[in-house]
Design a protein around this ligand. Structure first.
Ligand code: HEC
Length: 82
């Protein structure tokens, strides 16, 4: 299941800064329902393209994360379940 693999990627690469099950800030904003909101905290719609860009390049205090194409697509599938 790509969602389950994506959850592992999340716990390794994202969980220290983002809660997956609420919207309270940790180091970064909580990501509950992040793909269902109209706009993310930056004011940008949560398209896969935009999330991919932020993940791979970082944004302000968020560091860039290096992921393989498989890890990235698994992670995006997981983010859609939040
Ligand atoms: C070291 C802490 C840190 C890590 C690791 C991190 N983030 Fe972030 N993230 C942040 C911070 C801080 C922000 C707020 C950036 C801003 O808009 O100023 C953020 C913002 C975001 C946003 C919202 C972007 C927007 O446009 O508003 C998303 C989505 C996101 N992160 C996803 C992830 C994912 C997925 C991972 C794992 C690959 C990850 N982050 C790893 C700190 C982190």
């Amino acid at each position: 299941m790509e969602e389950a693999r994506g959850a592992q990627v999340f716990s390794q690469k994202c969980a220290k800064c983002h809660h997956p099950t609420n919207t309270h800030p940790l180091n970064g904003p909580g990501l509950q329902a992040i793909t269902k909101v109209k706009t993310m905290p930056s004011g940008t719609p949560p398209t896969d393209e935009r999330m991919t860009y932020v993940i791979l390049h970082g944004r302000n205090m968020m560091p860039a994360t290096q992921l393989s194409d498989d890890q990235l697509s698994d992670l995006l599938a997981y983010l859609h379940t939040l």
